[in-house]
Unconditional design. Structure first.
Length: 696
């Protein structure tokens, strides 16, 4: 009887078993640990894998160890129930710790201090000091830039008695649980298998990720790649199950408030998707579970809903067979005419919050971000223009005027207004406040909205305040800009108002402003089309990279640790650059913008998520992409919106919207011309901005 050099004791669906070459004489499989030891060749290796992880540990008793020792076997055991001479504490889950290479065992391919992502890690704490991989709270993109902290927990170590390699977690869940980055795991498993039996010649392991980019970096794109990306990106809104359906809306009202930051189990696969009449959830959180799924963010945000409504309307124009237009109208009806984000104090002409859109429909006290209001306006305006729904246009104009009257004479405002302060100060305080805040992330999309509103209504304060703020911001560039999670996102946000200022006043100066920002942004565009993230001037960032290991995971944060890290950000930069470059090309006709947008479109088609295993993710775009490694990977220390999050608004909506605009050979500026506002101005302007205030 042939005795294999490697024997696996595990269930048939174990990830490692799935990637080993079929029919190879050097390995065998059995579900029984005792049988695996019995079948193994003397001096060979046996893997005891954690079938019942994380609920139960892997049984390991003295009889098994004695039988293995009798045949001089080497054992690899993961998530063991006990170890001889080594204390194991009950299972724990890390909070912000990540896996880190802690020895030179893996060579330069996985060098010491390299960071790995073991998602939904459950581990057994032990006092063992020497380890090949540890769990630790470390800052860094690819490597622990400040070294290992004092507190670490072994994840992979050699037992001091010899011939026993121990994983305190389940490493063989690497495909299902989407351990990252993908290129690290074949290296890690080659080490383990060679440690067990150097004579076993299994070759490279074909570890195809369960969730992966649609195309490789160098694959030829088919001619209809953008059409397919648009269709799959649009279908994702329905496949994601995030459109709220009345039959399960009770989860939102009853259960979500008890979950931290309202992050909890995504709507189950057997639940129906909604029709838009109850809006759409924010998206998927960046956490990845051991089964490869991700929890949902149970917020109904005004900005995400507005952006999705606009994206679906645009997609529906290109894909008429899809139910996009109908759902788009339903979302607008719900958010603008029914939901708490627009009703209550926001529908009371006597309240200073009148006309504004609340950040969400849960907080009792209103939160008003100008940027979020602006993106909701743009989405709903696109929907109104394409569907011809006049019932939404008055609410859009009210929102524009409400944001204008809470913007100061120099065209700036604070990043957000809160209901308590707004009611204490009154809106007139903000209308007269000469604040200057050069942070395009928070204010520039309102300027774009004001420029469009001026074009629609001819109401001069829209133009005056936007133009003044844009000039001040360009004069402050780059030294005095305040950047948020990175500097590239500030440049990306600035493209849209600059392009639309050229539409209003096509002057050499305005074109030069647009070109300067675009040139600096595109200096970091890779040949594959990706736009690399950059940090801005020191001391000017609201959310800089962690300065110590202890700072990792304590606030919002960039995806990179330092300039040069090969990451693009699809939540804050790439998505808005795509829109801005498209609109700049339409406004100026200059080849530079067209070429950059084409490269970016090809890149987005390539990195769109493909997954048969996780259909709720298929067709989406994650926040982070490492374009050198060609994988979804980055520093994941951002509180709330990590590397693997998917936003229904922000990311998905604007990528879908611009892909649709490219198919239509049109621009957002031109489509918004259909959203007639002027006839409603005489009714609503005197209520929100009385004549006596304008005359002062």
């Amino acid at each position: 009887m042939h005795q294999p050099l490697l024997t696996l004791a595990c269930s048939p669906d174990n990830d490692l078993l799935r990637v080993l070459p079929g029919g190879h004489r050097d390995w065998a499989h059995t579900p029984s640990a005792a049988e695996a030891i019995q079948r193994a060749a003397p001096g060979g290796g046996v893997l005891l894998l954690a079938d019942n992880y994380p609920e139960a540990t892997t049984p390991l008793d003295d009889a098994l160890l004695a039988a293995a020792a009798g045949k001089d076997l080497r054992l690899y055991v993961e998530y063991p129930s006990r170890l001889p001479g080594v204390d194991l504490d009950p299972p724990r889950r890390p909070e912000w710790q990540r896996a880190v290479i802690a020895s030179d065992a893996f060579g330069q391919t996985l060098a010491r201090h390299r960071i790995l992502g073991i998602h939904d890690c459950h581990f057994l704490p032990t006092g063992t000091r020497e380890a090949h991989i540890v769990l630790a709270r470390v800052a860094g993109f690819d490597s622990a830039v400040y070294g290992l902290p004092a507190e670490t927990f072994p994840l992979l170590f050699e037992h001091p008695a010899g011939n026993l390699l121990v994983a305190t977690t389940k490493l063989s869940q690497f495909l299902t649980a989407r351990y990252a980055p993908a290129d690290a795991w074949p290296v890690l498993w080659r080490f383990i298998l060679c440690w067990l039996s150097p004579r076993a010649a299994l070759g490279d392991l074909p570890c195809r990720p369960a969730v992966r980019p649609t195309y490789g970096r160098n694959d030829n794109l088919p001619g209809d790649a953008e059409t397919h990306a648009l269709r799959r990106g649009t279908d994702w809104f329905f496949r994601s199950r995030l459109l709220v359906e009345p039959s399960w809306e009770g989860i939102y009202d009853r259960d979500a408030s008890s979950w931290g930051d309202r992050v909890g189990p995504a709507p189950a696969a057997d639940l129906p998707s909604g029709s838009g009449r109850r809006g759409i959830l924010e998206g998927y959180s960046a956490q990845i579970r051991s089964d490869g799924g991700q929890p949902a963010r149970w917020w109904r945000r005004s900005d995400c809903n507005g952006e999705v409504a606009g994206a679906l309307a645009l997609a529906g124009h290109v894909l008429p067979a899809a139910p996009c237009m109908r759902i788009s109208r339903h979302i607008a009806d719900y958010i603008l005419l029914e939901s708490a984000v627009s009703q209550g104090k926001r529908a009371d002409p006597g309240n200073p919050a009148y006309g504004l859109l609340d950040w969400d429909d849960v907080h009792e006290a209103g939160i008003y971000y100008g940027d979020d209001n602006a993106r909701a306006i743009l989405g709903f305006a696109a929907m109104a223009g394409l569907t011809g729904c006049d019932r939404h246009r008055e609410r859009i104009l009210q929102c524009l005027l409400a944001n204008l009257r809470t913007t100061g004479p120099l065209g700036f405002r604070a990043p957000r207004l809160e209901e308590k302060a707004l009611e204490a100060n009154g809106w007139l305080h903000y209308w007269r406040d000469p604040v200057v805040y050069c942070s395009p992330h928070y204010v520039s999309y309102l300027w774009a909205c004001f420029l469009w509103a001026y074009r629609q209504t001819g109401f001069a304060p829209f133009l005056d305040r936007a133009r003044t703020a844009i000039r001040t911001t360009m004069e402050a560039y780059p030294r005095d800009w305040t950047w948020t999670n990175g500097f590239q996102q500030e440049r990306a946000r600035m493209l849209l108002p600059l392009a639309w200022l050229v539409r209003i006043e096509d002057t050499p100066e305005h074109r030069a402003w647009l070109r300067r920002i675009a040139d600096d942004l595109l200096a970091c565009q890779d040949a594959c089309g990706a736009i690399r993230e950059e940090l801005g001037p020191a001391g000017r960032g609201r959310y800089a990279p962690p300065a110590t290991n202890e700072d990792y995971g304590r606030s919002e944060a960039p995806l990179i640790q330092s300039n040069g890290d090969s990451v693009c950000d699809l939540l804050y930069t790439t998505n808005f650059a795509f829109l801005g470059l498209h609109e700049a090309a339409a406004a100026t006709g200059e080849p530079l913008y067209h070429a950059a947008a084409d490269r970016l479109a090809g890149f987005l088609c390539r990195i769109q998520v493909h997954s048969d295993a996780r259909p709720e993710l298929h067709g989406a775009w994650f926040r982070a992409f490492d374009f050198a490694r060609w994988d979804y990977w980055a520093s994941n220390g951002d509180v709330g919106w990590g590397a693997w999050c998917i936003e229904t608004g922000w990311t998905q909506a604007w990528i879908v919207a611009v892909l649709a605009l490219r198919q239509m050979r049109s621009s957002l500026w031109d489509l918004l011309a259909r959203t007639a506002l002027a006839r409603h101005l005489p009714t609503h302007r005197p209520v929100l901005l009385p004549d006596e205030i304008l005359g002062q």
